[in-house]
Design a protein around this ligand. Sequence first.
Ligand code: C2O
Ligand code: CU
Length: 545
Amino acid sequence: MKLLGAAAPAFAFGTRASAFELKGFKTPGTVDRYIDPLPIPKRLVPVANHAKATQYRVRMMEFERQMHSQLPPTRLWGYEGQCPGPVIEAFRGKTVEVRWENRLPKQHLFKVDTKIHGAMAPAPAVRAVPHVHGARTYSGSDGLPEDWLVPGQSADYEYPNEQRAAGLWYHDHAMGITRLNVYAGLTGFYLLRDDEELALKLPAGEFEVPLLLQDRTLADDGRLMYVPTLEDGTKLPPGVWGPECFGELPVVNGAIFPRMDVEPGQYRFRVVNGANARFFHLYLNLAAHPTDVPNLVRFHQIGSDGGLLSKPVAMEKLLLGPGERADLIVDFTGLAGKTVTLSNSASVPFPGWDMMVALHAPLSELMQFRVGLPSTRKGQEYSFPAQPPVARLEAAKAVLSRDFVLTERVDDTGRSLGVRINDKGYDDPVTETPTLGTMERWRFINMTDDAHPMHLHLVQFQVLERQGFDYGAFLHGGELELVGTPRPPAEHEAGWKDTAVVTPKEVLTMLVPFDGYTGRYVFHCHMLEHEDNDMMRPFQVVAAK
Ligand code: C2O
Ligand code: CU
């Protein structure tokens, strides 16, 4: 049951003239769009580079920066004082070692809800632990939620990079406050390369652009506001956990409504949905206004979370849940003089119900590309190999099947008390102990009205299928009855994934090879409000007997 009731509109910016306006600043709701250039995160410079390993040092720091040139500076947290953090570029087979240092202040940017699991006393408010999302590494370097560091502490993590080239990303993962730490700005790109990818001659250098898509709410004085909501849009006071947090403004690479000047040629975009809870249904629009008849620019998706697809997939729209990535080629050839708006049609919450969706403001536009630069490239074209790089896994080879029922607990007014996997919390004993070197079939059974992007650490999996089930019968204790025809993944989802969306009242089945290392890892919903309370469970990979 969902709560119905009076709701505050999501857009509620101040209207009276404030001291900030008098200083020449605007309010967040009135800033001019597409006047600031898209920030491009820089490559991180190693502190040492040996034959065996490249070493980096990354400090988590508080800093101030204008997120829009018409707004006062915003206090943020970021890796090396940047948001997104610097790009860590890695090569397959060459180890990366990072000394992660917590240099954050003793006080959190936001009020912490100390009633939820993992954030209770005596846990200090400021704790952080970095996780490289999509990386296959040792349990001790994975950034488990309980492995947090307090200010002044550091940890040395090692990433063997024994996996295919892929667009990975790093972000905070501290127990019970991941949503606050990531919202404060603790995110960055980790681009893993290999010879297979380099051989394709994809657009590189300034023509390869990382895009971190987020949403943020700012106060008139530029302060970053974390405002969670109930499903009906009711805003919750600071320090109270809510099932979702949607920002009122689009933020790409740390900038509000940025724009990028591009050449009429091919670009490669490494897209991450780094929002806490917002899904993005992306399209490229030539029309001047979101209400005009859309005039779509087709693009190609060449890679998913875990690396290249078997072949480029031509698309007009792309859905990305929180945590998912896409490797895209956009060809601006022939569009000289035109403006292309990166637009979004995903409702909030996603997929939403008519009543609820109307209560949240959509973010229909994120950024713009102006095709205005002279072309400096002649006839550069990437080409995919004849041999598809992704072989489909065979379901019959799964040694074990596991079911995970996703539920939401509500109080008698319908207000969410948290979400769970198999009605267990993170601290309940480990129930999943896959054997290293085997493949399992995992089914996520969604009993809620929200779509959940489910993410597993350590592994890259393949989506086998999605299918409906008899919700009523299952709710009342019956067996799981699948109904309708199973739907195999669309072409762009048929490669390697580490995060996949389970739609409401459906079953998502994935095939998961447990390769790499033994030890403790986690899996969870990547809506960070869900992950924190308490849709996350550990699993323990054990050695074959
Ligand atoms: Cu991107 Cu466990 O997280
Ligand atoms: Cu969720």
